[in-house]
Design a protein around this ligand. Structure first.
Ligand SMILES: Nc1ncnc2c1ncn2[C@@H]1O[C@H](COP(=O)(O)OP(=O)(O)OP(=O)(O)O)[C@@H](O)[C@H]1O
Length: 249
């Protein structure tokens, strides 16, 4: 295995309370990994630490990748869709890597944005305001933006939450295509059926690491029980840890 991201004894805290604690391991280049675990297990925190958005209080995330190599889909709840922006302009935000000085759009990017919208089944939606879309349509737009960004590492936070079965199927097809193209995909998921059906690797988290490896091994009944017990124990016992965390520069 060729590791593309190594995690070494990683602890991330909010106001000195650890959200994830002493996590170590590595993501192989081209792997497709689910991050699973109970509510509050630290899944989103781990994703943000991998991106460099949160700074560890202990340990480190190691890679040799620039910011442009990371494509990120935040949780839907973190996005304000009242911002007055069209569908096509939202997709074009994925082209920032190739945008010139003062955000000038490189020739051909508009065409690629249209193609990305087609690929997610949203032909003809370009001029619509994002606030007018259904949750599933908006998620398709965010996938189109990732298609345009063309990143080597794709981080998805609950990409299939609150969307219907057909949209989920279509978006899983895109995830599988990214995997087939050799990209490294890491997705936070709460739906264990989806994890078992579509994700070869799983990182099971309950603030501490419960297991990390082939999904069939990691998602055992014993590990899931352990994860639940660990999460409940942490809720009661979470202690202050390390210095106050500063936001990443
Ligand atoms: N900005 C923040 N400030 C303070 N505490 C936070 C912040 N973000 C998350 N936390 C806390 O850190 C812990 C881990 O949160 P995180 O969102 O990473 O978990 P999660 O596994 O993604 O949860 P869920 O499945 O509910 O989305 C939780 O106890 C949460 O309340």
């Amino acid at each position: 295995m060729t590791p593309v991201i190594r995690i070494d004894n990683l602890t991330v805290a909010y106001n000195r309370h650890p959200a994830i604690h002493h996590v170590s391991g590595a993501f192989a280049k081209g792997s497709l990994t689910a991050i699973a675990g109970p509510n509050g297990a630290g899944k989103s925190t781990l994703l943000k630490a991998i991106m460099g958005e949160l700074r560890p209080v202990e340990g480190r995330v190691e890679h040799r990748l620039g910011r442009a190599e990371f494509g990120y889909l935040p949780q839907a709840a973190e996005i304000d869709r009242r911002f007055p922006i069209s569908v096509i302009d939202t997709v074009m935000l994925g082209a920032w890597k190739t945008a010139g000085a003062f955000g000038r759009i490189a020739p051909g990017e508009m065409k690629r944005a249209g193609e990305a919208l087609s690929a997610v089944g949203l032909d003809g939606f370009g001029k619509r305001h994002v606030g007018s879309l259904s949750a599933g349509q908006f998620q398709r737009v965010l996938f189109a933006r990732l298609l345009l960004q063309d990143a080597g590492i794709i981080l998805l936070d609950e990409p299939f939450a609150a969307i219907d079965a057909r949209t989920t199927r279509d978006l899983i097809d895109i995830v599988s295509r990214w995997h087939g193209e050799g990209r490294t995909v890491i997705a936070v998921l709460h739906d264990f059926e989806l994890v078992r059906a579509h994700f070869p690797e799983t990182l099971l988290l309950a603030r501490e690491l419960v297991g990390w490896g082939p999904t069939a091994d990691v998602m055992s009944s014993a590990n899931l029980l352990k994860a639940r017990a660990m999460a409940e124990r942490w809720d009661e016992d979470a202690e202050a840890c390390g210095p106050v965390q500063a936001p990443a520069a």
